[in-house]
Design a protein around this ligand. Structure first.
Ligand SMILES: Cc1ncc(COP(=O)(O)O)c(C=O)c1O
Ligand SMILES: N[C@@H](Cc1ccc(O)cc1)C(=O)O
Length: 458
């Protein structure tokens, strides 16, 4: 039977009751949190769309896997299961487990990024760029220009690399100064936008020609594969597993935050085909994470992760996941709310510049919008604009083109009725947008300031 939006391909077995505060209490809570939704207590949140990272609901199979944790310090059975699963799904040879994605980014950057090197990527990601910069490298954005235009909706694969920009960089700085290109599949900060198979193939060919490694940030690779299946010619009849296999045939390695498409609460890995890189990574993992057979995860975490990776390849699972996002996005479009289009894989992104055109970017419109949505409804969202972008090496703010608020859907957690409530919350906030004023920092950390920054109303 055909439905416009895929109903839940699971049923509920356990529930977690939620608290709904009164508006005065929410006002108090956000003030106490310095108008930063990262600093709210989760018990004060009704619907939590801060992130899809580690906030997923595990299946009964995954919970059963938790009971089979082999908590040996070395050589845990669950590590071998995880390793085999990654090898089988992605076809990458070596797997180094880490506690989460940035653990893998740290190891990769420490090995390959040296002062004076350049790392191209399809739009920056906060933690990824921070590790590259902390090792003396320079991140260079080579995503297509359209990715920076929030309402450019006739581009199916807005996460694509601009091959010309990439080639220009190679000619300018020399391939020997580019240790790898980091390809995000999908691109989080562009709005969860996918990369086409054609583009992945071309990027790989150009990289091979120049002796540059291709490292995927494959945190949301199943969402990317779903978009290839539904949007790219020639892939409609292929399974998600087949598409994933082909995607990874255009990579030399990958970092992954398992907290997303691994459908778990914690975990990650660095994987690669190069033996030498693997040995170097094993030497560093013991310094930062733990033995190469656990990397900061318990045995039970690795078991749940291995099972989650397999579950995520199920077509009904991923169709429902992406269609939930589409459902919320379409509700907002119908109400005339400015959002990033096309709607991406893990979240709906509000365009704060258009939502609050009277607030200049140095007064952090996306930050205040996230705070106001919380005050309105108890729904927690995340700023993804000037505050997230931070400052460059000269201490100047980046002022990114995209000034967004992200409504991120955890996997298998909220119902369509929850999403109706969220849409209403956004519409109510939109209706009173003229009264909203900007913010200024009262505390700012030197790196990744969005996590801990505090603000005051102007
Ligand atoms: C695209 C992307 N890469 C890397 C990371 C880092 O992963 P983690 O949060 O597990 O450290 C995240 C989320 O943080 C992400 O969304
Ligand atoms: N990767 C997660 C957690 C996170 C959030 C914000 C960051 O800038 C970094 C990490 C996310 O995208 O939600």
């Amino acid at each position: 039977m055909d439905y416009k939006y895929m109903p839940e391909p699971y049923k509920v077995k356990m529930v977690e009751p939620l608290r709904i505060l009164e508006k005065e209490e929410r006002l108090e809570a956000i003030k106490k949190a310095g108008y930063n939704t990262f600093l709210l207590n989760s018990r004060d949140v009704y619907i939590d769309l801060l992130t899809d990272s580690g906030t997923n609901a595990m299946s009964d199979r995954q919970w059963a896997g938790i009971m089979m944790g082999d908590e040996a310090y070395a050589g845990s059975e669950n590590f071998y299961h995880l390793q085999e699963t990654v090898q089988e799904i992605m076809g990458l040879k070596y797997v180094v487990p880490t506690h989460q994605g940035r653990g893998a980014e740290n190891i990769l950057s420490q090995i390959l990024v040296k002062p004076g090197t350049y790392v191209p990527g399809n739009m920056y990601f906060t933690t990824t760029r921070a590790h590259q910069e902390m090792n003396g490298g320079t991140f260079v954005d080579v995503v297509i220009d359209d990715a920076h235009i929030s309402d450019k909706e006739d581009v199916a694969f807005k996460g694509n690399i601009d091959l010309q920009k990439y080639e220009n960089l190679i000619n300018e700085v020399g391939a020997e100064n580019i240790p790898y290109i980091c390809v995000g599949v999908t691109v989080n900060l562009a709005g969860g936008q996918p990369v086409s198979m054609k583009n992945l193939r071309e990027v790989y060919e150009l990289s091979q020609k120049n002796g540059i490694r291709v490292m995927f940030d494959c945190t949301r690779y199943v969402e990317n594969a779903y978009f290839i299946k539904t949007k790219e010619e020639g892939y409609q009849d292929k399974t998600i597993a087949e598409i994933v296999k082909e995607m990874f045939s255009y990579a030399d390695g990958a970092t992954m935050s398992g907290k997303k498409d691994g459908i778990v609460n914690i975990g990650g890995f660095l994987a690669m085909n190069e033996e030498d890189l693997y040995h170097k990574a094993c030497a560093l993992v013991v310094v930062y994470e733990g033995m190469p057979s656990y990397g900061g995860m318990s045995g039970r975490d690795m078991e749940a992760f291995a099972i989650g990776l397999k579950e995520a390849l199920d077509f009904n699972y991923i169709k429902h996941r992406v269609e939930q996002v589409e459902y919320l996005g379409n509700k907002l479009i119908e109400a005339g709310i400015p959002i990033v289009r096309p709607i991406g894989g893990h979240a709906v992104f509000l365009d704060a510049k258009k939502f609050l055109p009277h607030i200049p970017q140095n007064e952090y419109p996306a930050q205040v919008l996230a705070a106001e949505i919380y005050i309105e409804s108890g729904v927690r969202t995340m700023e993804r604009g000037n505050v997230s972008a931070g400052r460059n090496k000269e201490g100047k703010e980046y002022f990114p083109k995209l000034e967004l608020v992200r409504l991120t859907l955890p996997r298998r957690v909220y119902s369509y009725a929850h999403l109706d409530f969220v849409a209403q919350a956004i519409i109510n906030t939109y209706n009173r947008r003229d009264e909203i004023k900007g913010l200024k920092f009262s505390y700012e950390a030197p790196v990744l300031r969005f996590f801990t920054g505090r603000f005051e109303r102007l």
